[in-house]
Design a protein around this ligand. Structure first.
Ligand code: SF4
Ligand code: SF4
Length: 97
C-alpha cells in the first residue's frame, strides 16, 4: 500500500516517544510502514504516508500514539465511510464509538 499517499503535512498523527515501551505493535499493524523501532523506541519515518486509519493507536498498549480521523483530514475515514453509506444507505462513521 506504499503507493497510496494522501495530503502532505495534513495528518494529525502524534507519537509520544517517551511513553513508548518498544512493543512493536505499531510497526506491525501500520499498513503504510510509518513507524520503525530504534533502540526499543518507535519513531515516525514516513509521516506523510499516514492515512489516519487508527490501527496504530488502537494497538498501542500505553496510549503513546494519537490519531483521530475526525480531527485531521480523515482521508481514509471519509472514503471508507462514504463507501459504507452508499452500500447500506445509512450514514455511518466507523471511527466513532
Ligand atoms: S493511523 Fe494507520 S496509516 Fe497512520 S500511522 Fe497509524 S496505522 Fe499507520
Ligand atoms: S505500539 Fe506504542 S508502545 Fe508499542 S512500539 Fe508503538 S508506540 Fe511504542
Amino acid at each position: 500500500m506504499k503507493e497510496f499517499r494522501y495530503i502532505d503535512g495534513a495528518a494529525i498523527l502524534k507519537l509520544n516517544e517517551e511513553a513508548c515501551v518498544g512493543c512493536g505493535n505499531c510497526v506491525t499493524v501500520c499498513p503504510h510502514r510509518i513507524f520503525a523501532l530504534h533502540d526499543k523506541k518507535a519513531g515516525i519515518v514516513d509521516y506523510d504516508a499516514c492515512m489516519e486509519c487508527g490501527a496504530c493507536a488502537n494497538n498501542c498498549p500505553v496510549a503513546a500514539i494519537y490519531v483521530n480521523p475526525d480531527d485531521g483530514c480523515g482521508c481514509a475515514a471519509y472514503i471508507i465511510n462514504s463507501w459504507i453509506s452508499k452500500v447500506t444507505g445509512k450514514r455511518v462513521n466507523m471511527f466513532n464509538n
